[in-house]
Design a protein around this ligand. Structure first.
Ligand code: ATP
Ligand code: MG
Length: 215
């Protein structure tokens, strides 16, 4: 039996969430439902807690108090992806990790998974970087490779932290197209952004100020 989107359980649900960093409150009093099949933008000034809120949704930051429930298949594209220069992974390897999540770890990829890796590389415009070490990529290129990893894994929840900052117009449009296509596929998309064209693409804009949702 199929269920309509409004009946589906949220991809992530936060209740009464608070995050403190050594006494400094970064996020407070946050109740939030992230819906499948929709794009949510998170806006607000520098230091408002946007990245921290995205990490809370991703499950990578411990809560000081409150609750988080979320789907398992999450693609998280952080604002600055740190990676060791000694990690000998190519861009294709990084994207392939996404597809492994679907087929089971360490299995040989079947032709469908290989196709999904190539498709993800194409959709993010990084096919020509496939053989390049991930650690040598620029910040924006890293973000695109991590987003491609999420596409290859058909994540239910895509979390993007300022993915179009510093990108040229064509690359920004490519990212927005991916966000729209993935939300139409049924994924929940959450994107931190100051970019008016991203905010215009969103179904819902949540504004943070001083760690609190104000609209
Ligand atoms: N790991 C951390 N340790 C200590 N304080 C932190 C840490 N991460 C964030 N903060 C603090 O929490 C607050 C919220 O930071 P956050 O990075 O979430 O803001 P932001 O809205 O994403 O800002 P920006 O627009 O600059 O990316 C800031 O005051 C920041 O200094
Ligand atoms: Mg941030």
């Amino acid at each position: 039996m199929s269920t309509s989107r409004s009946e589906q359980s949220p991809a992530a649900r936060l209740r009464g969430v608070r995050v403190e960093y050594s006494g400094h409150v970064a996020v407070r009093d946050v109740d939030l439902d992230v819906s499948p099949g929709a794009i949510m933008a998170i806006a607000g000034p520098n230091g408002a807690g946007k990245s921290t809120l995205l990490e809370v949704i991703a499950g990578t930051t411990p809560l000081t108090s409150g609750n988080r429930v979320a789907t398992q298949r999450i693609a998280f594209v952080p604002q600055r992806a740190a990676v060791s220069d000694r990690l000998p992974l190519t861009v294709r390897d990084v994207v392939t990790v996404g597809a492994c999540g679907r087929t089971g770890r360490w299995r040989r990829l079947d032709s469908g998974s290989r196709a999904s890796v190539n498709d993800a590389l194409d959709r993010l415009g990084i096919a020509e970087l496939a053989a390049v070490p991930f650690s040598t990529l620029s910040g924006g290129q890293r973000q695109r490779a991590l987003l491609a990893q999420g596409l290859a894994g058909q994540a239910d929840l895509l979390l993007l932290d300022e993915p179009t900052t510093g990108l040229d117009t064509a690359s920004g449009e490519r990212i927005r197209a991916v966000m729209r296509t993935e939300s139409r596929r049924g994924a929940a998309v959450v994107c931190v952004s100051h970019d008016p064209s991203v905010l215009g693409t969103a179904d819902r804009v949540v504004t943070l100020e001083d760690g609190r949702i104000v609209s």
